[in-house]
Design a protein around this ligand. Sequence first.
Ligand code: MGD
Ligand code: MGD
Ligand code: MO
Length: 754
Amino acid sequence: MTDSKPRYKTYHHPAGGWGAAAATAKVLLEQSVVTKGSRALLAMNQPGGFKCPSCAFPDADCKKTLDFCENGAKALAFEATKRRVTREFFEQYTVSELMEKSDYWLEMQGRLTEPMRYDAASDRYVPCDWDAAFAMIGSHLRALESPHHAEFYTSGRTPNEAAFLYAIFIRQFGTNNFPDCSNMCHEPTSRGLPPSIGVGKGTVVLEDFEHAEAIFVIGQNTGTNSPRMMTNLVEARKRGVPIVAVNPMPERALIRFAEPQDILQMATFGSSPIASEFVHIRIGGDLALLKGMMRVMFERDAKGEKVLDHEFIRAHTVGLEAIREEVLAQEWKDIVEVSGVDEAQIRRVADIYIRSRATMICYGMGLTQHQDGSRLLQQVVNLLLLRGNFGKPGGGISPIRGHSNVQGDRTVGIDEKPSEEYLDRVRDVFGFEPPRAHGHHTIESIEAMHDGVAKVFIGMGGNFVRAVPDTERSYAAMRKLALTVGIAIKLNRGHLVHGRDALILPVISRSEMIHTSAGEQFVTIEDSMSNVTASRGVLKPASPDLLPEVEIVCRMARATLPDSKIPWESYIHDYDLIRDKIAAVYPEIYSDFSEKIKNPKGLHLDVPPRRLVWPTPNGKANFLLLPGLEVNVPVADPTMLRLATVRSHDQFNTTIYSYNDRYRGVYNDRMVLFMNAEDRSARGLESGSRVTLETICDDGVQRRVDGLTVLDYPMPRGAVAGYYPELNPLLPLGYYDKISGTPAAKSIPVRVVT
Ligand SMILES: Nc1nc2c(c(=O)[nH]1)N[C@H]1C(S)=C(S)[C@@H](COP(=O)(O)OP(=O)(O)OC[C@H]3O[C@@H](n4cnc5c(=O)[nH]c(N)nc54)[C@H](O)[C@@H]3O)O[C@H]1N2
Ligand SMILES: Nc1nc2c(c(=O)[nH]1)N[C@H]1C(S)=C(S)[C@@H](COP(=O)(O)OP(=O)(O)OC[C@H]3O[C@@H](n4cnc5c(=O)[nH]c(N)nc54)[C@H](O)[C@@H]3O)O[C@H]1N2
Ligand SMILES: [Mo]
């Protein structure tokens, strides 16, 4: 913990600009990576370089020499740090002692350097060579009564080549248990969109920003979580394109932004206004807003105005009439109450949408992390279909993905519910019969651990126990396991909450070079807009004892499946051989992969709705109904507040870079609760009071977090926000979207107890 005192003050400057430049310089300095880091920064997101390990937003057209952003630089600095976690470090601390340290402290210890094994007698991690580590994994997995007793997690930084082979290895082992970070993130996109438009991905590409006539940014904190997208928003704004931001928090960068790469703007301390409409939505109020907008359209259509694209609707869609009837049955009074937005603004926003001939709707966790997240996204599609916003430049749906390769991992087989088509291809290409029964998503994997069914957990990246809901229960579930394996670059909580046996396996990171007997290798990454590009590290690995993720997968496979006919050893050395197999399993999108990836711009994976082709069972785009206005089960408790757990500006998921959240004016503190001043005084609280939050849930478990400082913040009434992962103990395991399994982390029903 930093020893400075907490400070709270309103941030008056634009987001980005000199503040961002200064923060970038500071973080590079602190991690002692100035020269090394600057060299790496020059190679980041450039042809021949590596892909930024931070977010999944695509790169601009390489026009700029320094196409990076503050948070990309932070992610890189924390990877390229000079600090090291060595065997001497592990000698110094027992695991119980390490458990007392904060996540921030663990992160600051630096890069892992060699494989370690848990020794129960001393309660310490001790060195263990790679062969012994793989042998331990193999013997645990082979000893299981059923392959379904193991859980194989993936976090979205893992590149395509490693993820593809991991999926093959695990299926040859015999299970589809693939809990994934996507299960907590954009799974509603992957599961909700296919019944609507036939694909579980976004339909826009970067150039669409140049053609859009209106852009909606719903439930996404762009300036912090996808800063490179700010460039596109600023450019669109300069063209006079209306941008509508829908958010319960007036996120600074969505209101005003100075572009760090625009030297003139920085020299003059200028900034561009971003949103032309800021819609201050209640938490979970988006469905009511969308229905309000649709209601305006149907009302005006009934008066004979040309607000619907009838030609598109007739040619491409099914189901309009049921939607029209249901939407017109919603009363304005209810729409206004549930959304928290007045009718005049809804009409204004609908008018912006109606006037635009090409609209993009971008969204993030503010839409996905609700109990009906998947079906909510289908309503976003409904709105887009009404004006034919597919298959034309500037129109479409744009999920802004999180991890840099989370979409790619899904594409190449990390999927607990794989399609029959994929399984048949795996059988034909690799010559074994893969399991057909669906496996566990993240929540189901924790339930299986809890019930004593799961015995082994392997984490390919990520920080599973910190990312998942119900912290205490999830810790207890992990501790029941026979073996936990953390494949990682940094020490994290997931290595300390472990099974009877436990391994930490350190890997070569995104920014570092991979050399094998066949020469230098590169990996590939798919961004949020389906572009696949090569990523080649430029730095020397943090330690000579690190392995690439591909090699770890292949050697786990060899140790577990000694009779496997798959040439795992060859894949360790030559990644083109892996890409040839990806092409064989996915010929429609990945044909000639090894050739096409030589193009510095990579390849774009086909997204059929862009061509007005709908791979749905009826071959049409479907208007789908979500009755009513609520996306969460209503709670009849007048003391209830809806809690959104969000990211600060200085964290990457469970990695805490600092205790500051500059744009929200919070310094040296993460245990805060953003609250509307009227909600605060209604509870008899002073600004700055310390409170406890308690979850409202009828499953008999008490969930509380103490020591939260209440901050006055322009939240809508009834809505509060605080930081993830500190508030994960409040999120019940059973509180999730049933279609996708995604925890409803943006709408936890809580009350204040003092
Ligand atoms: N620097 C940095 N970059 C990141 C990450 C990071 O942690 N740090 N994480 C990466 C990952 S994995 C992901 S998934 C993305 C996440 O990026 P975001 O989707 O931006 O994620 P969050 O910070 O969780 O916040 C989502 C936004 O939703 C708003 N919100 C909350 N409830 C509602 C609601 O009911 N309706 C609406 N309309 N809005 C709501 C919040 O106020 C917040 O602005 O970013 C990725 N990029
Ligand atoms: N309450 C609440 N919970 C949430 C969310 C929320 O908004 N609210 N958001 C959810 C979302 S969107 C997501 S995506 C999940 C994130 O869940 P995870 O993806 O599991 O978590 P991260 O914090 O991104 O994982 C960080 C760890 O990954 C390892 N790592 C980093 N780079 C690499 C690499 O190149 N290779 C390997 N093998 N390991 C690497 C590091 O050791 C680091 O400690 O959390 C979810 N949980
Ligand atoms: Mo995410």
